[in-house]
Design a binder for this molecule. Structure first.
Ligand code: GLU
Length: 485
């Protein structure tokens, strides 16, 4: 394919929605796969919805996910500016062209008239409220007088009734709309700003966008856009409308049922690789049952032809699973960097642990964690000595003979010199024989004493990481603190 240029065109509402990330990702994958350009354009013409810092947040979230754009705010490009609020004169110029060829017209109707019209149409049970083209009957002279008089106005698209508007969509095939069901859309609002429809089409044309890849919620706007392209005698881009995202109960994905902002997932400790992998599968598959992907493989395999029409269910379980998978596939060195950062953000002090200590913790816990923060929550005993002990484990593993037995074990550990894992094992074996008890009688209380819990890596793995001094001190603490009746 030649000259592939695609864009992600968000309205900055304050955060990047996961649906937005899916749209951005599919555009990005399509561009990279076809050696095209991925453009970020900010559609900020709705001044009522302006949110301070929203653009910066959005760019930050895209970058975090690894979606670098080739043109856009911050990076520039030869089709800028890339913020629609900086392109207002361009839209004015083009709307004049539409007015002069009869494809758009001034409308001076008051808000009040429009409301009455709407009420009447609702009474008649019309499927949707539509403007009645009242101002299209104004003569040129009347329009000029009203303009000279500075009467407030909007500019509307003049939709010719009684014909079919047809366009092709890569995902949905041939799509048809009846022009009688399409409203004479406002193109320029009374504040002089363009609506989404005008600005979007003008910019897609001027920025030479080859493919418009966006969410299904924009499908019903597309007939208006198609009419605009045709009115300007511009070539239409190729359209691909991505399926809706659904909650597990198949309702439209909404904030009420969970997190929808990329930032929320980031804060919760999801890896960007997992989130990108997960989002890529919301409406696309390669035709096999592969689910684990890195970005480079997605780029290699992604095609718009394999995007589904049916809504895609947002399954949090799968995201959790992918996170665990991506985490486990990381090298210990990569995990080390992530863990260090996690400790820096926690109540623990990074100065207490040297690098080789952390690497040993990683080796012991790697298969047991699904999130980086679980290194701290599932095995806090690597970062601080237990203060309290799991009650059920105490009940189960601690009896009146335990203190004397553990004391003996501790004494045996004490005489070891630079012990390795096997040395601890031998020492415990020896004490068990001397006491004539099964090894379990020592292993379980030892685990409880050093880790406060009954689960986790093998007890000798824990002990060798903690070291002799710490192990002995923890046994001593447990002997003082654990009281049974
Ligand atoms: N500004 C629209 C949005 O917020 C863009 C839709 C489109 O891609 O055309 O999603």
């Amino acid at each position: 394919m030649e000259n592939i240029r695609v864009r992600f065109a968000p309205s900055p509402t304050g955060y990047l929605h996961v649906g937005g990330l899916r749209t951005a990702l599919y555009n990005y994958l399509f561009a990279r796969r076809n050696n095209g350009k991925f453009i970020l354009r900010i559609e900020d013409t709705d001044r009522n919805r302006f949110v301070e810092g929203a653009v910066e947040n959005l760019i930050e979230a895209l970058k975090w996910c690894g979606l670098e754009f080739d043109e856009g705010p911050e990076v520039g490009g030869s089709f800028g500016p890339y913020m629609q609020s900086q392109r207002l004169d361009i839209y004015q110029k083009y709307v004049q062209e539409l007015i002069s060829n009869g494809n758009a017209y001034y409308c001076f109707c008051s808000q009040q008239r429009l409301e009455v019209l709407k009420e009447e149409q609702q009474k008649q049970k019309l499927p949707q409220a539509k403007y009645d083209k009242h101002c299209l009957t104004l003569s040129k002279k009347e329009v000029e007088e009203k303009l000279a008089n500075k009467d407030p106005f909007v500019i509307r698209l003049n939709i010719e009734p009684n014909h079919r508007i047809i366009f092709d969509d890569i995902v949905r095939g041939k799509v048809e709309f009846d022009s009688n069901n399409v409203d004479d859309q406002v193109l320029i609002k009374s504040d002089g700003y363009p609506t989404y429809h005008l600005a979007n089409v003008v910019d897609d044309h001027l920025m030479q966008i080859s493919h418009v890849i966006r969410g299904e919620e924009w499908l019903s706007s597309t007939p208006k856009h198609v009419l605009l392209y045709d009115s300007f005698k511009w070539e239409r881009p190729i359209f691909a409308h991505l399926p809706l995202l659904l909650n597990p109960d198949r309702s439209k994905l909404s904030k009420r049922q969970g997190d929808v902002a990329v930032e929320d997932y980031r804060t919760k400790g999801f890896l960007k690789e997992a989130l990108v992998n997960f989002v890529a599968l919301l409406g696309w598959n390669a035709g096999d049952d592969q689910e684990f992907y890195y970005m480079n493989e997605l780029i290699e395999k992604f095609t718009l032809e394999r995007v589904n029409k049916a809504g895609a269910v947002f399954d949090l379980e799968k995201l959790n699973w992918l996170n665990a998978e991506h985490l486990r596939k990381k090298s210990n060195e990569e995990l080390f960097i992530l863990l260090k950062q996690e400790i820096l953000n926690s109540q623990f002090s990074i100065n207490n642990y040297n690098d080789s200590y952390l690497l040993r913790v990683i080796a012991a816990m790697k298969e047991r964690v699904s999130f980086v923060h679980e290194y701290l929550t599932k095995s806090p005993y690597f970062f601080e000595a237990p203060k309290e002990y799991e009650e059920t484990a105490v009940q189960k593993n601690w009896n009146h003979e335990t203190p004397a037995q553990l004391q003996k074990l501790s004494d045996e550990f004490n005489i070891l010199v630079n012990p390795e894992k096997e040395d601890y094992e031998h020492a415990l074996h020896k004490v068990a024989e001397e006491l004539n008890v099964g090894k379990g009688k020592l292993i379980h209380p030892l685990r409880l004493a050093v880790s406060a819990t009954s689960t986790g890596p093998g007890v000798f793995d824990i002990v060798v990481i903690l070291g002799k001094e710490e192990t002995i001190s923890r046994i001593k603490n447990a002997l003082e603190k654990i009281k049974i009746s």
